[in-house]
Design a protein around this ligand. Structure first.
Ligand code: NAD
Ligand code: TYD
Length: 352
C-alpha cells in the first residue's frame, strides 16, 4: 500500500490525477492537501469523496506546522506537488502570490518531506519520492523550428513561469545537495474536464455558449502544444513508479495548434451541434498579453523511450470530449463563474 500526498488536488489537473489514480490502482491511499483558493473546488472530487482510500485536508503548502502534522500522522511514500498559482495573466497583474505559493510553498514541502523521510545523513526511507509538477513554460519561447528537450536552458519570461522555474531549481538543489529522491515533470498545456474558465479552452467554450465575445490576444497565431489531461496523469503515474531519481521528464504529445485554430474549432463544434447562431463574428482580437510567449513545443522522446509513455487521446477526440463535458456540467461552470470570477473577468478584459 503506497500513500500519496497530493497537493493542489482540488484544482484542474490534481483532481483529474486523483480520480485517475484511484481508478487505476486498487492498493493506494491518497491524501489531498489543498488550500481551496479560487481555483480549488471540492465538487471536482464528488465521485471519490466517499472512497475510503481518499481523504481531504484543507491546508496551505506554505504552512510548516500543518504539513509536518500530515507527515507525522501518515506514512507518506510520495509527494506529488500540483499546488500552485497557475494562470499567467494573474501573474502579470499580481506576481507576489506566485512567489509565495509556487516558490516558498514548494521549499516548505521539500523541508517537511526531507525531515519526515530522513533516516540518516542524506539517507531516506526506501522508495520515497518528491514529484514536482512543472511546465514547459520554464524553457521560454520557441521560434518556428525546434522543440524543448530536458536540456534546453531555463529561460522563463512571465512571473508565473519564473516562479515555476525557481521551484524546479529548489527541487533540483534538494536532490543535488541532500540527495532527496525527486523527479520534475514538465508538461505542455493541458485541457479537459474541471479546467477553470480563465484558461483559453474553457473560457472560449463558456463564452461561445453565452454568445459573449471571444477575446483573442494579439494576432492569435501563438502556438501551444495541447495534451489531454488524462494523458498527463498517466505520465505522472509512470514517472513516480519508473522515473530515475534526480531526472526531469518532458511530457507532450506533438499537438501544436495556434490559438485561433483552437477558438475556431470550438465555435464550429458548438455551431454544428448546439446552437447555429454562433459563429466567427464572436471573435475579437484584443490587446496582446505582455511578454507573450510565441510558441511552445515539447520533445517527449525521453519519457517515451525510458518509460514507454505515449498519449492516448488525439486532439480531435479530446476537444469533443471536453466541450461535451462543459455542456453536461453547466452547473459546475455556473458555480465556479459566479462571484469572484465576474470581477476577475471585468478587470482582465474590460479595457483590452
Ligand atoms: P489550478 O490553478 O487549476 O489548481 C491549483 C490548485 O492548487 C487549486 O486547487 C488551488 O486551490 C491549490 N492551491 C493554490 N495555492 C495553494 C496553496 N498555497 N496551498 C495549497 N493549495 C494551493 O492548476 P492546474 O492547471 O491544475 O495546474 C496544476 C499544476 O500543474 C501547477 O503546478 C501548474 O503549474 C502545473 N501545470 C499546469 C499546466 C496546465 O496546462 N494547466 C501545464 C503544465 C503544468
Ligand atoms: P492560457 O490558457 O492562459 O495558458 P498559457 O498562457 O499558460 O499557455 O493561454 C493559452 C494561450 O491562449 C496563450 O497564448 C494566451 C491565449 N489566450 C487568449 O488569446 N485569450 C484568452 O482569453 C486567454 C485566457 C488566453
Amino acid at each position: 500500500m503506497k500513500t500519496y500526498l497530493v497537493t493542489g488536488g482540488a484544482g484542474f489537473i490534481g483532481s483529474n490525477f486523483i480520480i485517475y489514480m484511484l481508478k487505476k490502482h486498487k492498493d493506494i491511499k491518497i491524501i489531498n492537501v489543498d488550500a481551496l483558493t479560487y481555483a480549488g473546488n471540492l465538487e471536482n472530487l464528488k465521485s471519490v469523496e466517499n472512497d475510503p482510500r481518499y481523504s481531504f485536508v484543507q491546508a496551505d503548502i506554505c504552512d510548516r506546522q500543518a504539513i509536518n502534522k500530515l507527515f507525522s500522522e501518515n506514512e507518506v511514500d510520495y509527494v506529488v506537488n500540483f499546488a500552485a498559482e497557475s494562470h499567467v495573466d494573474r501573474s502579470i497583474s499580481d506576481p507576489d502570490i506566485f512567489v509565495k505559493t509556487n516558490v516558498l510553498g514548494t521549499v516548505n514541502l521539500l523541508n517537511c518531506a526531507r525531515a519526515a523521510w530522513s533516516v540518516g545523513d542524506d539517507v531516506y526511507k526506501p522508495g520515497v519520492k518528491f514529484l514536482q509538477v512543472s511546465t514547459d513554460e520554464v524553457y521560454g519561447s520557441l521560434g518556428p523550428e525546434g522543440y524543448f528537450t530536458e536540456t534546453t536552458p531555463l529561460d522563463p519570461h512571465s512571473p508565473y513561469s519564473s516562479s515555476k522555474a525557481s521551484a524546479d531549481l529548489f527541487v533540483k538543489a534538494y536532490h543535488d545537495t541532500y540527495k532527496l529522491p525527486m523527479n520534475i515533470t514538465r508538461c505542455s498545456n493541458n485541457y479537459g474536464p474541471y479546467q477553470f474558465p480563465e484558461k483559453l479552452i474553457p473560457l472560449m467554450i463558456n463564452n461561445v455558449l453565452n454568445h459573449k465575445e471571444l477575446p483573442v490576444y494579439g494576432d492569435g497565431m501563438q502556438i501551444r502544444d495541447w495534451l489531454y489531461v488524462e494523458d498527463h496523469c498517466k505520465a505522472i503515474d509512470m514517472v513516480i513508479s519508473g522515473g530515475k531519481a534526480g531526472e526531469v521528464y518532458n511530457i507532450g504529445g506533438h499537438n501544436e495548434r495556434t490559438n485561433l485554430f483552437i477558438v475556431k474549432t470550438i465555435i464550429n463544434y458548438i455551431k454544428e451541434n448546439v446552437d447555429d447562431t454562433v459563429g466567427e463574428h464572436l471573435i475579437r482580437h484584443v490587446k496582446d498579453r505582455k511578454g507573450h510567449d510565441r510558441r511552445y513545443g515539447i520533445d517527449p522522446e525521453k519519457i517515451k523511450n525510458e518509460l514507454g509513455w505515449y498519449p492516448e487521446t488525439p486532439f480531435e477526440k479530446g476537444i469533443v470530449k471536453t466541450i461535451k463535458w462543459y455542456l453536461e456540467n453547466r452547473d459546475w461552470v455556473e458555480h465556479v463563474t459566479s462571484g469572484e470570477y465576474q470581477k476577475y473577468y471585468e478587470k482582465m478584459y474590460s479595457n483590452r
